[in-house]
Structure formats: structure tokens, C-alpha cells
Design a protein around this ligand. Structure first.
Ligand SMILES: Cc1ncc(COP(=O)(O)O)c(C=O)c1O
Length: 450
């Protein structure tokens, strides 16, 4: 029997017995979401009277982007229909899945039917089901830096560190395909390769040739490919964005999409999977069915956003609206590169899609003696966290405490072996965005020279 942990003894005298068996999943420690965890420190800084700029969260609505009134009107009209209050079929509303399949097939590439589509309560739910239904020995290799919902859920599912291939900041974030293939070859448990396209946190868009090579590796070693395409409609003009469907050919694959970032409507909790080539591999088909069955246990996903989806996407105003947003992100990304690339100790690549950018510190640039000037009160808030902080976490804490800018450190936030941080291109006010990037530049320089 386990001894009662220190500090719990008082409680222990009121409950007759402590847990007779271990109840914590072995992978529980692997679940980390620094993107939100840093908020606790930010709140303490805010309580000191500092205005905090929340650059940690990828929610366009929270950052002040206005959802167009015509989208709100469609939501209002749809919410007024009685059927929007009911359950929907487990896989999703028939007409919505028919629309998605129709739209997908128009783009060319693999052709799918509504039965190849499965809705979730946000893609976060889909990601959870993806890994929790995978055989415990089967591993998914993912990019480094990694989006933590994928890397944590994969690590927790296997109770082992997430296996990654490198996205190279020295080569505009192109994936190191030799590294990928070597790891796939060496580790027979790798069953799938995941890409995030456009990528979070780098803004990288996989060129078609690179995608085709990844599909070829999957074909050669008997793997399936997962492509998280939640940002696919936010790829910039001339980025060369291609969906997995266009290159997957006969290889089993899963594309993951959603409306959180596009509409943007993250509060709707609405995302979906598209299964490709279930008929080509019996085990892949059984795995896909297990995901559908696990969704069945929950009855269904949110109905209202599914009912809204085709009405918004079919509207003539939808794609021009997206083009306008994407143009603004592209311009802000170029401005950020222009400003931040002047610092010799950092690497910064323009985003080609989505609304994130990652600044990387060159190796050796960060030291655990560097600082930014702080008030004694702000110093007291971050002091307890500094002792065990990684070098980029240390920078992020100083930036938060000194300038009130909350960014996500690359090493702890995105499972990366490089130091750096992610910030967003979401600030809609250009003057404020320019000021933000200028403050970032000055803070990085001040910190590195301290
Ligand atoms: C790459 C990626 N996939 C999935 C998600 C989760 O999206 P959802 O709001 O649909 O759960 C996010 C959210 O930030 C994301 O960045």
C-alpha cells in the first residue's frame, strides 16, 4: 500500500482508506499544454496592474477579429430551427457530410463519399480519438516543433516520449526527410506519419513535392498518413498549399479539418476527419471503424455548427472573406520578418499559412544569466519558476513580466529541441501589431545583451 503523500495526512484521517490501486494512467504526466499553462503566470502579472498581450492563444475571436455579420445571421437563422436543438447522426448531419464530400471531390485527387467523413466536438476531440483508439504499440511520428495536442496525446497513448522528425528552421522549416525515413526504418512500431499543413507553430506550408515524398515513405514502409488541415483554407496566396487528398493516391490516410480557425468559430467545437483508402487496407479500415464506434458511444457531435457549415461555405462571400484575412496575415508576417531578422542571434522565416510565427534563437545565444529589467513585484512572480525553466522558458517569463507579452516557449510548448517562441499574427490593429513586433525586437536585443 502507498504511504499518504506529505500534506495529505490531515485529509487521510477523515477518509477510511486511500486508493487501493493506482488510478492514474501511466501516460498522464505526458499531457502538457504550455499554451494555456503560462496563463497562470500571466494572470499574476496582470494582477500587478500590467496590461498583458495574450500572444499564446490561437483564437482569432479572443484577439479581436470580428466574425462577419452575414455569418452571424446564418447562425441566428439556423439556431431558430427546431432541428438544431436535436442530436445529429453519430457521423454527422447527412447533408453536411454530402456537401463536404462534394466539395472535396471537386478539388480532384482522391474521391470520397459521405461515409468517409466523421464529425467531432472540435478537432481536439478528433485528435483524442485518433490516439486513444490506436493500438498501444503503434506509434505516430510527428514534426518537431510539434503542436502539443498531437504530441502529448500520442505520448500519453504510448506512455513514451513522442517520436519526431525535424522541421529545419535553417531551411525555411522544410522537413528533414532523411531524418524521417531513418526513424521510420529503425522503429518498426511507427505506424503513421503526421503532418500539420499549414503548420502550427511555424506557419510552414508543405510543398507538393515534399508531400508526395512523405506519401512515398508511407507507401514503402506500410504506414498511413495523417494530415491536420485545420488551417488549409488559411494558406496564403501563392503558398502552393495542397491538401493530402491531392497526393495520397492509394495510400491510407486521414485528413483532419474544422471551422475553429476559418469561420472563425472555435467555441462551436466542430471538426471532422476524412478517411482515405479504407478499402485498400483491412487493418486501416478496422481502425477507422473503431474511431467511429468510439464516437457512437458519445451519441454524436454538436449539431448547430454542422447545420451552419454548408450554408456559410456555399455563400459567395465566404472565400473572398478568407482571402482578405489571409492577405492581412501575409502582410503582418512579412513585416515581422523585416523587423526581427535584423537580430543576428535569431532565425525567423515568413509564415506561408495560418497565423503563427516562430522565432528561433541560434544555438548558444541564450544563457541562464540573461535578464530584462523588472519591478521587485514582477520579479517575485516569476522567481519561483526560473529555477527549473529551460532557456527559452526563462526568456518567455522575463518577456511576460517586463513587457506584458505572453508568448509560448518553443522547447516546452512545442516539444522542440530548439529554443525560441511562438507569437501570432492575429492582432487586427496594424498600429498595435507594429508596436508588438517592435517591442519583441527590443526585448530580445536587450535580453541577449544583458
Ligand atoms: C493544428 C491544430 N489542430 C487542431 C486544433 C484544435 O482545434 P479545435 O478548436 O477544432 O479543437 C488546433 C487548435 O489550435 C490546431 O492548431
Amino acid at each position: 500500500m502507498h504511504a499518504a503523500p506529505q500534506g495529505r495526512r490531515f485529509l487521510a484521517c477523515y477518509i477510511s482508506k486511500i486508493m487501493r490501486t493506482e488510478i492514474v494512467h501511466p501516460g498522464a504526466e505526458k499531457l502538457r499544454y504550455e499554451i494555456r499553462q503560462i496563463v497562470a503566470i500571466g494572470k499574476q502579472i496582470q494582477a500587478l496592474g500590467t496590461t498583458v498581450v495574450w500572444e499564446n492563444i490561437g483564437d482569432p475571436v479572443a484577439k479581436g477579429e470580428q466574425v462577419p455579420s452575414w455569418i452571424k445571421e446564418i447562425v441566428q437563422e439556423t439556431a431558430a430551427e427546431n432541428s438544431s436543438f436535436g442530436y445529429s447522426p453519430t457521423a454527422g448531419l447527412d447533408e453536411t457530410r454530402a456537401y463536404i464530400a462534394y466539395e472535396r471531390n471537386l478539388e480532384g485527387g482522391i474521391q470520397i463519399t459521405p461515409d468517409d467523413i466523421l464529425f467531432f466536438n472540435g478537432l481536439g476531440d478528433g485528435i483524442n480519438k485518433l490516439y486513444s483508439n490506436l493500438h498501444q504499440n503503434a506509434r505516430v511520428i510527428g514534426p518537431n516543433p510539434a503542436y502539443p495536442t498531437h504530441s502529448s496525446a500520442e505520448a500519453a497513448h504510448a506512455d513514451a516520449p513522442h517520436i519526431t522528425y525535424k522541421l529545419d528552421p535553417e531551411r525555411n522549416w522544410e522537413p528533414d526527410l532523411e531524418d524521417l525515413e531513418r526513424k521510420v526504418k529503425e522503429n518498426k512500431n511507427i505506424a503513421a506519419i503526421i503532418i500539420i499543413n499549414p503548420d502550427n507553430p511555424t506557419g510552414f506550408v508543405y510543398p507538393q513535392q515534399t508531400l508526395a515524398k512523405i506519401v512515398n515513405i508511407a507507401r514503402e514502409y506500410g504506414l498511413f498518413v495523417i494530415s491536420d488541415e485545420i488551417y488549409s483554407n488559411l494558406a496564403y496566396k501563392d503558398s502552393g498549399m495542397k491538401k493530402l487528398a491531392s497526393v495520397i493516391d492509394g495510400v491510407p490516410g486521414i485528413a483532419m479539418r474544422g471551422i475553429s480557425k476559418e469561420f472563425p468559430w472555435p467555441g462551436a467545437r466542430c471538426g471532422w476527419m476524412e478517411f482515405y483508402n479504407r478499402d485498400k487496407d483491412e487493418r486501416f479500415d478496422a481502425y477507422a471503424r473503431s474511431i467511429i464506434n468510439s464516437k457512437m458511444l458519445e451519441v454524436c457531435s454538436t449539431t448547430l455548427p454542422q447545420a451552419v457549415l454548408p450554408k456559410v461555405m456555399k455563400d459567395d462571400r465566404y472565400y473572398p472573406y478568407l482571402a482578405e484575412r489571409v492577405k492581412a496575415y501575409d502582410e503582418k508576417s512579412k513585416h515581422a520578418v523585416e523587423t526581427l531578422s535584423k537580430i543576428p542571434e535569431v532565425l525567423i522565416n515568413p509564415a506561408r499559412g495560418a497565423f503563427y510565427m516562430t522565432l528561433v534563437f541560434r544555438n548558444g545565444a541564450l544563457k541562464n544569466t540573461q535578464k530584462l529589467g523588472l519591478s521587485p513585484e514582477a520579479e517575485a512572480v516569476i522567481a519561483p519558476f526560473l529555477e527549473h525553466a529551460s532557456l527559452d522558458q526563462r526568456f518567455a517569463y522575463y518577456l511576460l513580466a517586463a513587457k506584458g507579452i505572453c508568448v509560448v516557449p518553443l522547447s516546452t510548448g512545442f516539444n522542440s529541441d530548439r529554443s525560441g517562441f511562438r507569437f501570432t499574427l492575429l492582432e487586427p490593429d496594424r498600429t498595435k501589431f507594429t508596436a508588438l513586433v517592435g517591442t519583441l525586437r527590443d526585448a530580445v536585443q536587450e535580453y541577449l545583451r544583458s
